[in-house]
Design a protein around this ligand. Structure first.
Ligand code: SF4
Ligand code: SF4
Ligand code: FES
Length: 254
C-alpha cells in the first residue's frame, strides 16, 4: 500500500465549517505496470458537504494526475461515475463526504465489480451495454402514425414511471451476485430497461422482448436477493420491476 502525504484541501471551508482530514484509499491498477491492483492512500482535507467526486477530482488534479476514472455531469444524471465507495456501489457525485466518513476517517474507493478493469476505477462497460442492446431499448411501432400524438392515460404512463428513471449507471448489475458468477446474465439494468418498453402501451414488440427475457440469460436467473435495489442511486424498486417482468413472461403479456 502506498501513502501520499501532505494533505491538501478540496476548497476553502466557509467560515464556521470545520474541514475534515481524510484518508482516501483508492484501489489502483495500471495494466502497463501492475500485475495486480494495489491500494494507495491520499491525505485530503474536505468539507463535510463536498461530494466524494470532488475528493477524487482533487486527488487527480493536485496529487496523482494519472488517476483514471469516468465522470461527466457531476449531478447524478449521466450515470458515468459508479464506483464502490466504502464497499457499496454509489455514484461519487451523489455521495457526500459527511455520509461516508468522519474527521480522521478513511474513504475507500474501488472499481465496480464484475466488469474488466481497464485502469484504476475505469471498467470496460461493453458487456453491460451489450446486455442493454440485447433487449431492444427503443420504441417499436409499425402501425401507421395517428393524426395526433400516441396518447396514453396517466395510469398507463405511471407503469413506466420507475423504469424510465434509469440512467444506466450499472450500480445494480455490478452489485448482483448472479452477474458476478455468470456474466451472460442480462442483469437488472437491462431488465429495468426492458420493463420500460414492455409496459409502454404504445410499443408493439412486447412479445419479442418477453421472449428474450425468457431465455436462460434472462429474468429466471434472478434470485430476488435485493442487492440491486439497495444499490440504485435513483431509488428504482428494481426487484419489484423484475418480478413484474417475470409475471409478464409467465403469462405471455404485459
Ligand atoms: S434481485 Fe435479482 S437482479 Fe437484483 S441483485 Fe438479486 S439476483 Fe441480481
Ligand atoms: S436501475 Fe438504477 S442502478 Fe440500475 S442502471 Fe438504472 S439507475 Fe443505475
Ligand atoms: S458524474 Fe454524472 S452521474 Fe455522476
Amino acid at each position: 500500500m502506498t501513502q501520499m502525504t501532505a494533505p491538501t484541501s478540496t476548497s476553502a471551508a466557509p467560515v464556521g465549517v470545520p474541514m475534515l482530514n481524510l484518508k482516501v484509499k483508492i484501489l489502483r491498477f495500471d495494466p502497463d505496470k501492475d500485475k495486480k491492483a494495489h491500494w494507495t492512500t491520499y491525505d485530503v482535507e474536505a468539507q463535510p458537504g463536498d461530494r466524494v467526486l470532488d475528493v477524487i477530482n482533487h486527488v487527480k488534479w493536485y496529487l496523482e494526475p494519472s488517476l483514471t476514472f469516468r465522470r461527466s455531469c457531476m449531478h447524478g444524471i449521466c450515470g458515468s461515475d459508479a464506483m464502490l465507495i466504502n464497499g457499496r456501489n454509489r455514484l461519487a457525485c451523489k455521495t457526500l463526504v459527511r455520509d461516508v466518513a468522519k474527521n480522521g476517517g478513511t474513504i475507500t474507493v474501488e472499481p465496480i465489480r464484475g466488469l474488466k478493469v481497464e485502469k484504476d476505477l475505469l471498467v470496460d462497460m461493453e458487456p453491460f451495454f451489450d446486455s442493454y442492446k440485447a433487449i431492444m431499448p427503443y420504441f417499436i411501432n409499425e402501425s401507421p402514425a395517428p393524426a395526433t400524438e400516441r396518447v396514453q392515460s396517466e395510469e398507463q404512463a405511471e407503469r413506466m414511471a420507475h423504469s424510465s428513471n434509469c440512467i444506466l449507471c450499472a450500480c445494480c448489475t455490478t452489485s448482483c451476485p448472479i452477474f458476478w458468477v455468470n456474466g451472460s446474465y442480462l442483469g437488472p439494468a437491462a431488465i429495468v430497461q426492458a420493463h420500460r418498453f414492455i409496459f409502454d402501451t404504445r410499443d408493439e414488440a412486447t412479445h419479442q422482448r418477453l421472449g428474450i427475457l425468457n431465455q436462460n440469460t434472462g429474468v429466471w436467473r434472478c434470485r430476488t436477493a435485493y442487492n440491486c435495489t439497495e444499490a440504485c442511486p435513483r431509488d428504482i424498486p428494481i426487484t419489484q420491476l423484475i418480478e413484474e417482468v417475470k409475471r409478464a413472461v409467465m403469462y405471455g403479456q404485459a
